[in-house]
Design a protein around this ligand. Structure first.
Ligand code: PBG
Length: 333
């Protein structure tokens, strides 16, 4: 008998534990590791406030003022974070039926893009959410038809305009998150026609109708009633993601994303093995809140849990990870 696993007498012939003996050994043989450059920090900036407003369901995350947003961007860049994803929260009285603040060149999101690009433009990839829900009075991701349904094609026209103003403001990557059919193609066309050939599209390819977006609704001051099940994917479906993926790639997506991350690691893995473009996963507000809440009660070790969730997402095949812990984690890596 040799070292074939069957062993010498009472001794095991193969001992996987040998490679787990010391921190140095474990570090040496780690199959996956996180790198700051692959983390993207999502941030919220709110119009008309003069101090940051804490988001109660996301301890440690705030709605930024323009000023504190600039500081957060600098901190992220200094920690080596790769990108920042901006969400704008306009004044309530500016929200209307078509989401005008989203296409106003002086809307809060466009102002924030200019601020961040001028502050840290070369040190971070600056990304913006391209969706109407933050800007529209009813909180859906698109405009409604006369029967109150989200009107796909009318919404695409709004997205095209949003893409133009965000690109004019200097954004590097737009992130269409509304799950309208054809959105990537229309946005790509609008960017190209406006001379913004170098602005990339990070497609929210597989975006599920998830309960874990709950805290985000507070973060953007959303008044949404009902749900997004007529446009976001059903959590029961995996193969459907591959269909969305094929469409997004055909329409010109530069990078693709799966969202949420934790409950959909099988989808991350499937998507990652099917494409040759960068794959991102978004660890969303509810995933953040669960860890923070359990840690606050002393039920789990916060730092270990954070690293474990992120490592799991990486192991499933995501190259890029959007996480509200990006700056903190980057600083530790
Ligand atoms: C839509 C959008 C949402 C999130 C990012 N973009 C909310 C939704 O689709 O319901 C959620 C992000 C999070 O929960 O952290 N603009």
């Amino acid at each position: 008998m040799s070292g074939n696993g069957s062993g010498y007498g009472q001794f095991p012939g193969t001992r996987p534990r040998r490679l787990r003996t010391t921190p140095a050994m474990r570090r040496l043989v780690a199959e996956n590791r996180l790198h700051p450059a692959e983390l993207i920090l999502p941030v919220f900036v709110r119009e008309g406030i003069d101090a940051p407003v804490p988001i109660s369901a996301m301890p440690g995350v705030v709605q930024h003022t323009r000023d504190t947003l600039r500081k957060a961007a600098v901190e992220a860049a200094e920690a080596g974070v790769g990108g920042i994803m901006l969400f704008g929260v306009p004044l309530d009285e500016k929200k209307d039926a078509v989401g005008t603040p989203g296409t106003d060149p002086d809307g809060i999101l466009q102002v924030a893009i200019r601020d961040v690009v001028s502050e840290v433009g070369d040190a971070l990839v600056v990304m913006s959410d391209l969706c109407l829900d933050e800007h529209i009075e009813h909180g859906h991701c698109g405009v409604l038809d006369s029967k109150g349904r989200v009107d796909n094609d009318a919404t695409l026209e709004r997205y095209a305009e949003m893409a133009r103003v965000q690109a004019d403001a200097g954004v590097h990557v737009v992130g269409p998150s509304g799950m309208m059919d054809g959105q990537v193609g229309v946005i790509r066309g609008a960017l190209d026609a406006a001379g913004h050939q170098d602005v990339s599209v990070l497609a929210y390819t597989a975006k599920y109708a998830s309960a874990f977006y709950g805290p985000f609704r507070e973060a953007i001051g959303s008044s949404l009633k009902g749900d997004r099940k007529t446009y976001q994917q059903d959590p029961a479906n995996q193969r459907e993601s591959l269909r969305e993926l094929a469409l997004d790639l055909a329409e010109g997506a530069d990078m693709v994303m799966v969202k949420p991350a934790g409950p959909y690691l099988d989808v991350v893995a499937k998507v990652a093995e099917s494409v040759d473009v960068p794959v991102a996963a978004y660890q969303i507000s509810g995933e953040y809140a669960m860890v923070e809440a359990a840690a606050e009660r002393g039920w789990i070790d916060r730092d270990r849990a954070i690293m474990e969730t992120l490592t799991g997402i990486r192991r499933a095949g995501a190259q890029l990870i959007l996480t509200y812990w990006a700056t903190e984690v980057a600083a530790q890596l």
